[in-house]
Write a protein that binds this ligand. Sequence first.
Ligand code: F6R
Length: 616
Amino acid sequence: MCGIVGYVGPRDAVPIILEGLHRLEYRGYDSAGLAVLTRNGQVEIRREVGKLSNLDGLIAAEPLTGSPGIGHTRWATHGKPTRYNAHPHTDPERDVVIVHNGIVENFLELREELAAEGIRFASDTDTEVIAHLIDRYLHAGNDLVTAVRHALQRLEGASAVVVMSRHMPDTLIAARLGNAGGVVIGLGEGENFVASDIPAILPYTRRMIFLENRQAAVVEPERVRCFHLDTGVPFQPTVHTIPWDPLAAAKGEYKHFMQKEIFEQPQAITDTLRGRINFTTGEVTLEGLHLSPAEARALTRIHAVACGTSYYAALVGKYLLERIARVPVEVDYGSEFRYRDPILAETDVVLAISQSGETVDTLAALEEARRKQVRTWAIVNVVGSQAARVSDGVIYMQAGPEIGVASTKAFTASVVDEYLLALYIAQQRGLLTRQDALTHARALALLPKLVGDTLAAVDSITRELATKYYRARNFLYLGRGIHYPIALEGALKLKEISYIHAEGYPAGEMKHGPIALIDEDMPVVALVPQDHVYDKMVSQVEQVKARDGRVIAIANVGDELIAQKADDVIYIPKAPPLLQPVLSVIPCQLFAYYVAVRLGNDVDQPRNLAKSVTVE
Ligand code: F6R
């Protein structure tokens, strides 16, 4: 949720940190700050409420230079978004200065203990206790690394921390406790970087180390020394090379990252298919999974766990996996899974779906699975993320960085990966004839082009309809079967960035309640592709019209009947039924985008939201 950037090396840390924070803007935050060690060895801090441009303004008015440095964007959990609650936090003598992501669950207890020793607090945050604790252990005669270790061992809950001190210049100490977001160390030449997310430091290096739970590192310009936080024992970390092109993390010709990422979907789907399906034989290879034919046949159930948009992708995946691989699938919210003591069999698999791979609820579901000794797989976009590291098998989305807070290309990439997974399991179980495999492969081969055609077909009509409907305060999205999750996703997209209330509903359920809401002020977006429930959807559109509702239909090119029934129609190309949702979600994404733009909202940084949710 909060973003962290740190730099140690010969350059001035301030512009590097500010630039890194700007690249993390998408995470969502309410205040920001940075601290550097100045040339004369003093800690200087600047903090400001609101957008990063406010911090830029403050630094322009009150410049500072130095190295090393640490910066932070805050998403408030303890204490209001004010300047004094913004990070970095320090002790009265400014011996130690820290930035923090996560929650110190025992902070009240620690705060009372420190207050009893006469320590006065300058903020309402849980973070500040960490700075005082480290300072206290320093004053007790420990060196900085030992002081940090002792202090962090006192914390309960998940935290990621970066520490800087005037007592150990040219050094940052980074640590990870639990799943409070990532701690990435970027390896440069004579300089090193620390961040919560890869994009913050991607322009400087692609060589990165990811800290695991209860690991820490002393980061100096020429070396990085990793150690286990509890024992202090050093270890040799794995250095990962990130395949992302730094340019991919820039907006380019687009006005917003969300718009760019919507239009990147043909490429993202091509990339996620790349190397995984042989288009002449239909054979699917998912190297990260290691599923023998015997294990595939023994597979009894898949429990898909995810949050938000990834949860809706999992709902689509249920249709795909059950239909193609004939494996029963249950879908759970990450935040619910572990609290219902799920019944998991030895031959089941828990499948996490997560763009960031750092969503704490999804990680908790994976932990629950591991605790119950059940095999885990993850469909993940961010290389080296926690979900990818802790799972027994990984399918990377290969969709490139997704920066817009509202997830778009990760949704379609996940659905395609679920399709591949379904084919892979079916193949390993011996369920696919050669002809079936080829039919599926051909359908997938055509998909990127169909997605491109859909974008071309719906861009201007969704913009026009946004202008027509943006004043509505409520929307209903209806779909059936595999399009029900698309109705949910369409409604979520609209809510997130336009702040208009929207509900997704299975169309057949409408008459059991929501129909009471229908009037001319509540537009209904109906997903009406020409599939096996087409007639039923048409009749639901008629029921809405009979109650003076206004209907925007998303339908297949050539469907003239729907044009007579609905007020407006968005035509999309026809795809095989199991791939049609990949196309029908696109007008939903673009409609939400254009409504938000029409309302003048901050599309890439919607209020109250964060890109990866690393607190419970
Ligand atoms: C919606 C959105 C969120 C995420 C959710 C899960 O547009 O972005 O609902 O989908 O927070 O995030 P990941 O996929 O990173 O686990």
